[in-house]
Design a protein around this ligand. Structure first.
Ligand code: HEM
Length: 413
């Protein structure tokens, strides 16, 4: 009998690690039954996760909708359109889309965002400080971890600031399991996102900006991105760019507030200390709990008696791979020192929080840069920050894709 897994269960969302540890212990690649009645293979071992992510027999193209009704409603059509992005494609399509987009994400281009990120961070920290002074408490997700990545990805996409709160809400909804929200809310969000990006592209054709996305729009034509691909690309950059970084910042704040010794060590350790915190948060609290779904194009023998049939749905659980005791010593401990350059032979190996293989995160450098600026700025300006709620009472977003606390109430100490 396959194990049962209910991603909408709030207790599982808050702390899925004991479940994953048990699963990995039984078998690092294991078939489970999902609460919606379907079956899937979960990859929880580090070595197996790397293997699967680099193996072209695991396709990123979503399963054909054979036997299911064609998309008829506006929401279904919008969803199908926005889903045609490179994370949902295999070579050679993926190679072409990735090549065109990576031109925008060169290290030089990303590093050039530093002064703007510092400026935006400074403004947000001042607002958090002001709110704490006036009201005595603040929600760090709402006031800090959410707005910073949205502002930064907004710069990359050239999205007006006034539109960013709506985008957050729609993105949140389309990433949630349909049964976790009120009826119609997810459908409404797909339609709204489609309409918004169609208008954004038209606007950029009329009046291109200096942003990365304007450059992609201007390039569209023979061999480059067509209109449908541009639409899906905008959605992917938005969705991949801030929901993940928001969770990285929120989980980092939570871990530092609940581990004051590690916070003190980071403050004493300068840039290397903060960089180690960022790597350890990525490993310990992977902002993407799982990758996107893979599907086997043929039967795959992963050894040790694991035979995945053709056409099976496979989820690589990055959060579980980061806690694999075969790869990381004392994996459940939050210990940034394992990523310090001076850790020598004891230095921890690479985590998989940014994925692996052809779909390795395009925004990894940007995400690291944001976190390395944001965390010291916040904790240097507000050294007395304290959590204003029990860490184990905080709500987490349901589902298997992204993971992080949804609210983080703090007071000034
Ligand atoms: C902490 C923040 C982030 C994390 C943890 C993260 C993680 C990941 C992971 C695990 C993948 C691979 C998913 C898979 O194989 O199914 C991925 C892909 C991707 N990420 Fe990120 N990401 C982050 C931030 C960003 C940012 C800031 C951007 C862009 C502005 C971005 C853009 C992308 C894109 C475009 C892809 C698809 C690449 C492809 O299909 O070739 N990500 N990310």
């Amino acid at each position: 009998m396959p194990e049962l897994l209910n991603p909408a269960d709030p207790d599982f969302a808050r702390d899925p690690y004991p479940y994953y540890a048990r699963l990995r212990h039984e078998a690092p690649v294991r078939r489970v039954a999902l609460a919606n009645g379907t079956h899937a293979w979960l990859v929880t071992g580090y070595r197996q996760a790397r293997e699967v992510l680099a193996d072209p027999r695991f396709s990123n193209v979503p399963a054909p909708r054979a036997g299911r009704p064609r998309p008829v409603s506006a929401a279904q059509q919008a969803r199908a359109c926005l889903a045609r992005h490179m994370l949902n494609s295999d070579a050679p399509d993926h190679t072409r889309l990735r090549r065109l987009t990576s031109a925008a994400f060169t290290p030089r281009r990303v590093d050039a965002l530093r002064p703007r990120i510092e400026e935006l961070t400074g403004q947000l920290v001042a607002q958090v400080a002001g709110r704490l002074e006036r009201e005595g408490s603040a929600d760090l997700v709402d006031a800090f971890a959410f707005p910073l990545p949205v502002l930064v990805i907004g710069e990359v996409l050239g999205v007006p600031e006034a539109d960013r709160a709506e985008l957050r809400e729609w993105t949140y909804r389309v990433g949630s399991p349909a049964d976790a929200l009120a009826e119609g809310e997810v459908e409404e969000a797909w339609t709204a996102l489609h309409g918004y990006f169609t208008a954004l592209i038209a606007g950029k054709r009329r009046a291109p900006g200096t942003d990365v996305f304007s450059a992609l729009v201007a390039e569209s034509g023979a061999g480059a991105l067509d209109d449908g691909e541009l639409l899906a690309m905008a959605f992917l950059l938005l969705f991949a760019g801030y929901e993940t970084t928001m969770n990285l910042l929120a989980s980092a704040c939570l871990l530092l507030l609940t581990h004051p010794g590690e916070l003190a060590a980071a403050r004493a350790g300068g840039p290397a200390g903060w960089a180690a915190v960022v790597e350890e948060v990525l490993r310990h609290a992977s902002p993407l709990e799982g990758t996107t779904w893979r599907r086997t194009t043929q039967a795959v023998d992963l050894g040790a008696g694991t035979l995945i049939p053709a056409g099976a749905s496979v989820l690589v659980v990055l959060a579980a791979a980061g806690r694999d005791p075969q790869r990381f010593a004392d994996p459940d401990a939050f210990s940034p020192a394992r990523y310090l350059p001076g850790a020598g032979d004891e230095r921890a190996g690479a985590h998989l929080a940014f994925g692996h293989g052809p779909h390795f995160c395009l925004g990894a450098r940007l995400a690291r840069l944001e976190a390395a600026i944001a965390l010291p700025a916040l904790f240097e300006a507000l050294p007395g920050l304290r959590l204003a709620a029990g860490a184990d009472t905080l709500p987490y977003r349901p589902g298997l894709l992204v993971r992080g606390p949804r609210v983080l109430p703090v007071r000034a100490g």
